[in-house]
Ligand binder design. Structure first.
Ligand SMILES: [Zn+2]
Length: 272
């Protein structure tokens, strides 16, 4: 069993009806939600509720029924030009961190790689300058909740909404950017998570290449798993939550190696 989860795309009727996806081998870490195992997985967009809700102010979106895992899925719900066929997206979670985030930023700058940083609201406290440096370097920021509750999928709707709203406000106040992407802690989701993300104007985005760097499995293990990335993948790494020296060391190898293979890094959320 591999830690690098892969999903195979089955073509077919996308648009508002959502994608036909199949083949997740392992669920995202910590996810209490059952993986998609049916040969006919549910569409990304949830069926409309009954009765139809009254119009709500922008930027509320229609809730999804499951997170986005790949670049192709992302494009199904976020309008924009097709990603290049050789694109991969690097996402970096749990910061900002005063030691590790600057290291990651220097590395990304060296190789000209844009990324999306999924920020925890309460980690910005005292590290506002680090958060601003991410945006100043041209990277994207996403909402990774206020306090990173491990059990977010079991929280009542009002507490989920508070987690998203408080982080959204802090990120906006500090960086001037309003995230359009929500990264749930551990990739965990629930109807309340989908509803809160939609109400806040965000798309829940998970990942499909997970080196589990947060477990500190060794630089080699992280490197090997990231090197399995394929075009269209969303990659997960961390710049917060502990000692991220293994992650930084792995990225020093992985980024130029993937570029040498012809993969092109893009940043999710750049449409906003
Ligand atoms: Zn996280």
């Amino acid at each position: 069993m591999t830690h690098v989860t892969r999903r195979r795309l089955f073509g077919a009727g996308l648009a508002a009806a959502g994608a036909a996806l199949l083949g997740r081998d392992t669920p995202p870490r910590d996810s209490p939600n059952a993986p998609v195992t049916s040969p006919t997985p549910p569409p990304l967009l949830a069926p409309p509720p009954h009765p139809a809700p009254s119009p709500s102010p922008s930027p509320s979106l229609a809730p999804l029924s499951r997170p986005v895992f790949t670049l192709r899925e992302y494009r199904q719900v976020v309008p924009g030009p097709d990603f290049p066929p050789d694109a991969v997206a690097l996402t970096i979670d749990d910061g900002p961190h005063p030691a590790w985030t600057p290291q990651v930023l220097r590395l990304l700058e060296r190789y000209g790689v844009p990324a999306m940083f999924c920020l925890i609201g309460n980690q910005i406290l005292g590290h506002e300058g680090v958060a601003r440096s991410i945006v100043a370097a041209g990277h994207q920021v996403a909402n990774h909740t206020w306090s990173h509750p491990a059990g977010i999928a079991t929280l009542p709707p009002d507490l989920v909404q508070q987690e998203l709203d408080r982080a959204q406000e802090k990120i906006h106040d500090v960086t001037g950017h309003t995230p359009t992407i929500f990264r749930s802690p551990g990739g965990a989701v629930s109807p309340a998570v989908f509803a809160a993300a939609a109400k806040t104007g965000m798309i829940p985005v998970n990942w499909d290449t997970d080196p589990r760097d947060w477990t500190r499995p060794g630089t080699g293990a992280i490197t090997d798993r990231l090197l399995k990335a394929r075009p269209g993948d969303i990659l997960l790494c961390h710049d917060g939550g502990g000692d991220r020296s293994q992650t930084c060391a792995a990225l020093r190898t992985v980024i130029p190696a993937l570029q040498a293979r012809g993969l092109r890094f893009i940043a999710l959320g750049a449409e906003a």
